[in-house]
Structures are given as structure tokens and as C-alpha cells.
Design a protein around this ligand. Structure first.
Ligand code: F6R
Length: 597
């Protein structure tokens, strides 16, 4: 689970004889492992236990802020994901009662409150009831996992707006934020709903709501196994995931075209609703946002609907014009990104319909949406999005085709043709992967650069933005993506001798005018001493004189070009980062799921 946070880690085990054994350490999980080797792992024999890896929100990543947190008497242990927004009030209340808190975290308040509820009051002696009592008081988004030294065979977990799944094995039960934590032991899982609590024992589980009423949680079988969440001989997950893109794309497309029609996964809106759509908003963050920028070209072209693409974190704070005929497409790999989730809630509050594109079955964003298209790209462990990005592009296109089909802006045979072109993409991406060795060598040469610029036009512009984002987040190198036409309006001042500039070329056939204009742009930067690295369609010989380095990708239809041209940019960023000595799978300060705003 380290991909969710790697600032610190901790474990707590109930020894079965009334003692809670805890070890916590700042830094990567490996630090905790070393500590356990020194202090002795035998101490951790017990009946039930929990582990946590943290991405710091309240309090610096130091030992005392690491989870699990305990109450003063060290009877209760709590791990937490999310933010308890009213923690300052709760903390003041505890301090007024004479309780001394030993960390700067919001989580510790929950440990003290649960211990108090277990000792005194109507829930005394009942751990699930004590946790429920406290959950009802908490504001914000949280998943809590709780043990009590007096209850050696029980673990209680609760969730609001943060993920929690139960793994049901034989003679063992698990809770985790994500199935990959227990996939080694069982593929039978249960997904908890909003404001639900689960009490697990070795024999099974019981779900209630926060009022204590029995509640239904949704059982499912995980469609992939442990090998999907392991490196499988690769140095790092990201490279494995880059190479999995053909398969991921095929999985995204599979089953979505049947009897001549595009089909979504879960559609809680009618064809008439789709026909009534008069405007589309795409909301997402980071890489998912870049996939949305690409989608705009296709959706507007195919449906003639206006499409606005907006960062989810900006969307709901600027009063966007929404009504019941607005379709909001929310794109999120994890399905739990707080900014995107809040954008979805805002949109639904304004009566707009929401269609989610998501890689995680049953995550909160798809649960709160009117329709869902899952990308089915499989687990992505590397923190930087790669295969889920290309899968999102394909899924966005399916949404565009579904809209075109419902609205009649494309004839059925045209929809079928577009789908067939999409279906040819896994093979094209496989071919694009043959550039990996060349690009890795290039990455090694560029590793000492101060900065890299990325240029593109049309759908190549979001590809340039994504190439720059990958380089920033992995190699901690200054990188900027620009629309090549903007160059003379300012950014050209950045060009200096030897500066690497990556240019994403359009097809000379598909976009001849843009191709010619980009060649002029490259001449301008070459004249100023830039080192040009050009990603171009194979056989595009006109570009050779302008390219200090040429990376060829297969010729594909214009709208599909991002699927192939992104591949070398992913490899380039990973290789520059690796050469600079960084952990490609776990870039500093980042976590895979950004569950806080
Ligand atoms: C970059 C990256 C992030 C995510 C963003 C949204 O490589 O992974 O920019 O794309 O945090 O995450 P999801 O798609 O889970 O909503």
C-alpha cells in the first residue's frame, strides 16, 4: 500500500493477552522494516494487527506523528486516511479535559475519543458502538481502522468519503484502502458504502451504518491477481505499467461495442438524457485533466457540443453555468481524488448529470455519478499515471462516440469505423514501445539538463503538457509544456543554447497545415540554439533536418496520436529520473491518491 503515502509507516499488533504492541518510524516502509529487525520482529506475534503508510497532512513526517496513534492509556490504536476537519475543536475539548496529545495529527483526537467512549457512556465496552459514536462527531473525509487491547479478536473500520474494502479469506479477514493489500490472500472482497462501519473477526465481518443499523455492503471478486500488482522482473512499476499499455487499452475497449452500439458500464441515465445534453464539462486533476484536454478535440468534433475542460479544484469555486442538460465528465484513475469528488458533488447539486471515467471499481466518484465507464487498466502502482492516462484517453473517446451515437451526429457506420480505429491502437502502442531503448539512451544524455521545454499543437499540446508534468514530478526538473503557437508570445525568451526542447509533431498528412507551422516553430528555436528532440510519425522525412534527435512513432489517425506520442515522453521522464538517482515509483512529496483538497 506504500503507493498511497510513504512519509512514514507503522504497525500495531494485539498480542492476545491484553497488550498492544506498536512500532512507528518516519520515512519509507524500509525504515520501519530495519527498525523491526533491530528491535525484534518476534514481539509482533498476535491475534490481530494493522499497518499504515502515511502521506502527511497534519504534522510533519516524524516518528511521533506516524500512525497508529494511541490514547493515553495505550489501549486503543487507530490508523486514519483523510482529514478530520473539526479536529481543532475536538483537540481543544480533549485538552480542556486534561488530556495531553503527543502528536500534531488530527488522527490522535480520534484515538482519545474512542478510548473515552469505550470507557464511559452508553457505548462503554462495545468497540463498534464506541467508534460509531465518535464517527458521528467527525467532520471531513476519513477512513479509520481501530483496535482495542481488550478486544484481541476484533478490528473495527469505518469510512466517510475515503475508500475501505474488506477482504474475505478462509479463517482470516482483512480491511484495507485498496484490494492490492490483500490480493495475495483472497480475491473475495466487499466494498463499504458511505458512512458505514465494519467489524471484522477471523470468521467474517458485520456491516452497520453510523447509527448502528445493519447495512448492506457490496461483495465483488477482484478481476486481477497478485502478479498484476508485482513488478514482474522490471526495475520499477512505472516501466512495467508503460509496457502494459497495449493490454490496458484493449481492456478499456473490450465489451464497449456490441451490436453496432457503444455501451457504457453503468448507465443510470437514459438515451434521451444523452440526447438532451447541450454542453459538456470535463473535470479532473493532473494527468487525468490532460486526458480531458485531449477529449475536447474529439467530443467537439464528433458531437458538435461545446466542451469545457476544467481543473476540478477550480471548477466548483467559480460558479460554472450548469443545469440538467449539462453533462459533466469526471475523470479520475483512483475515483477518490477529493477535488474531483467535490466537483462531482457540486455539479450534481446544480442538477447536472455526471459521467465518471474511473479505474477503480466502486470508488466514491463512480458511486456518486449518473453513469460510469471503467478504464479497466488494472492496478497502477507507480505514483505517476501512465497506462491509466492512455486508457482514460480511450475511455473519453468512447464517451464521445456514445454521445455522437445518442445525438445522431454520427451515423452508426461512422461510429463503428471510429471504434475499429480505436481497436487498432493496442498494436500501434506496442509498436511505439519499440522506441523505449532509444529514448532511454536519450534520457541518460539529458539527465543533467537544467530544464526541458515541450511543444505541441492541437492534440499534441496536451501531450506536451503531460510530458512536462511527468518530468517535473519524477525527475524534479523544471519542465514546461506550451502550445507551439504561443512560443513567440513569450516563452521563446526561455530558449538558450543547448536547452532541450521536445516537439510533438502532428502527422504531415493528417494535419499538413499544422505540420508546416510546427516546422517553422522548430526552425525558430533551432536558430536560437535549442537542442530539438522531435517525436514524429514514422516516414515523416521533412522533419529530419529540424531534429537533433528524432523519435519515430507509428502513423495513426490524428485524434489517436496522443496514444502513441505519449509513450516516449513517459519513458523519457522515467529514465531521466532514474539516471538522476530518484525512486521512479515514489516521487517525493506525492501520493497516488490525493484524498484531501
Ligand atoms: C500524475 C498523476 C496525477 C493524477 C491526479 C489525479 O502522474 O498521477 O496528476 O493524475 O492526481 O488523480 P486521479 O486520476 O486518481 O483522480
Amino acid at each position: 500500500m506504500e503507493y498511497r503515502g510513504y512519509d512514514s509507516a507503522g504497525v500495531a499488533v494485539l498480542d492476545g493477552a491484553g497488550t498492544l504492541i506498536v512500532e512507528r518510524k518516519a520515512g519509507r516502509l524500509a525504515n520501519l522494516e530495519t527498525e523491526l529487525d533491530v528491535t525484534g520482529r518476534d514481539r509482533f506475534a498476535g491475534t490481530a494487527g494493522m499497518g499504515h503508510t502515511r502521506w502527511a497532512t497534519h504534522g510533519a513526517p516524524v516518528d511521533r506523528n506516524s500512525h497508529p496513534h494511541r490514547d493515553t492509556a495505550e489501549r486503543v490504536a487507530v490508523v486514519h486516511n483523510g482529514i478530520i476537519e473539526n479536529f481543532a475543536t475536538l483537540r481543544a475539548e480533549l485538552e480542556a479535559d486534561g488530556i495531553e496529545l503527543s502528536s500534531d495529527t488530527d488522527t490522535e483526537t480520534a484515538a482519545h475519543l474512542i478510548a473515552r467512549a469505550y470507557t464511559d457512556g452508553p457505548a462503554a465496552g462495545d468497540l463498534p458502538a464506541s467508534v460509531r459514536t465518535v464517527c458521528r462527531r467527525l467532520e471531513g473525509a476519513f477512513t479509520l481502522v481501530v483496535t482495542h487491547a481488550d478486544e484481541p479478536d476484533l478490528i473495527v473500520a469505518a469510512r466517510r468519503s475515503s475508500p475501505l474494502v474488506v477482504g474475505v479469506g478462509e479463517g482470516e479477514t482483512f480491511v484495507a484502502s485498496d484490494v492490492s493489500a490483500f490480493i495475495e490472500h483472497t480475491r473475495d472482497a466487499v466494498e463499504l458504502g458511505q458512512d458505514q462501519l465494519v467489524a471484522i473477526t477471523r470468521d467474517g465481518y458485520e456491516v452497520t451504518d453510523f447509527a448502528g443499523e445493519p447495512a448492506q455492503a457490496k461483495p465483488f471478486t477482484v478481476a486481477w491477481d497478485l502478479s498484476a500488482a508485482e513488478k514482474g522482473g522490471h526495475d520499477y512499476f512505472m516501466l512495467k505499467e508503460i509496457e502494459e499499455q497495449p493490454e490496458a487499452l484493449a481492456n478499456t475497449l473490450r465489451g464497449h461495442f456490441d451490436h453496432g452500439r457503444i455501451i457504457l458500464d453503468e448507465q443510470r441515465m437514459s438515451d434521451q438524457d444523452l440526447r438532451d445534453v447541450d454542453k459538456v464539462f470535463v473535470v479532473a486533476c493532473g494527468t487525468a485533466y490532460h486526458s480531458g484536454l485531449i477529449a475536447k478535440y474529439a467530443i467537439e468534433h464528433w458531437t458538435r457540443l461545446p466542451v469545457e475542460v476544467e481543473l476540478a479544484s477550480e471548477f466548483r469555486y467559480r460558479d460554472p453555468v450548469l443545469d440538467r442538460d449539462t453533462l459533466v465528465v469526471a475523470i479520475s484513475q483512483s475515483g477518490e481524488t477529493a477535488d474531483t469528488l467535490e466537483a462531482v458533488r457540486h455539479a450534481r447539486g446544480q442538477k447536472a448529470r455526471v459521467l465518471a471515467i474511473c479505474n477503480t471499481n466502486g470508488a466514491q466518484i463512480p458511486r456518486e455519478s449518473d453513469a460510469v465507464l471503467y478504464t479497466h487498466a488494472g492496478p497502477e502502482v507507480g505514483v505517476a499515471a501512465t497506462k491509466t492516462f492512455t486508457s482514460q484517453i480511450a475511455a473519453n473517446y468512447l464517451v464521445g462516440l456514445a454521445l455522437a451515437q445518442a445525438r445522431g451526429t454520427k451515423y452508426p457506420d461512422e461510429v463503428a469505423r471510429e471504434f475499429a480505429e480505436l481497436e487498432a491502437m493496442p498494436a500501434a502502442v506496442q509498436k511505439a514501445l519499440s522506441t523505449v531503448d532509444h529514448v532511454r539512451a536519450l534520457g541518460q544524455q539529458l539527465a543533467d539538463s537544467k530544464a526541458v521545454l515541450f511543444l505541441g499543437r492541437h492534440v499534441g499540446f496536451p501531450v506536451a503538457l503531460e510530458g512536462a508534468l511527468k518530468l517535473k514530478e519524477l525527475a524534479y526538473m523544471h519542465a514546461e509544456g506550451f502550445a507551439a503557437g504561443e512560443l513567440k508570445h513569450g516563452p521563446i525568451a526561455l530558449i538558450e543554447s543547448g536547452l532541450p526542447v521536445v516537439v510533438v509533431m502532428p502527422s504531415p498528412k493528417g494535419r499538413a497545415v499544422l505540420h508546416a507551422k510546427l516546422l517553422s516553430n522548430i526552425s525558430e528555436i533551432q536558430a536560437r540554439g535549442a537542442r530539438t528532440i522531435v517525436i514524429a510519425e514514422e516516414g515523416d522525412d521533412t522533419v529530419r533536418p529540424f531534429a537533433d534527435e528524432l523519435v519515430e512513432v507509428p502513423a495513426v489517425p490524428t485524434l489517436l496520436q496522443p496514444l502513441v506520442s505519449s509513450v516516449p515522453l513517459q519513458v523519457l521522464a522515467a529514465e531521466i529520473a532514474r539516471t538522476r538517482g530518484y525512486d521512479v515509483d515514489k516521487p517525493r512529496n506525492l501520493a497516488k491518491s490525493v484524498t484531501v483538497e
